[in-house]
Design a protein. Structure first.
Length: 90
């Protein structure tokens, strides 16, 4: 599928999905539009393989599920200390 970032955000928002990405364009879209969704999990640092990041990602999904369901931007770097901002961004 060849979709723009805006189309991906609209699809995720319309279907109650979370976007997991390392692309900084997605948080910028939320900041510029003031949208209350979709939730974005921003993975920072490399490598981004499931073997290296999978456990941390699963913990974030479990521990922050309510906030992600409500609309949030969550950044996860190698410190494994997530930073969370509720949407809409102000």
């Amino acid at each position: 599928m060849d979709a723009s970032d805006d189309e991906i955000c609209a699809y995720a928002r319309g279907n109650g999905l979370i976007v997991i990405t390392n692309d900084l364009d997605f948080p910028q879209i939320l900041a510029c539009t003031g949208a209350s969704g979709p939730s974005i999990i921003l993975l920072r640092g490399h490598p981004l393989t499931p073997q290296e990041r999978g456990t941390s990602l699963l913990l974030v999904l479990a521990n922050y599920s309510e906030m992600l369901a409500a609309g949030a931007l969550l950044s996860l770097d190698w410190s494994n200390r997530p930073r969370l901002r509720l949407l809409p961004l102000k």
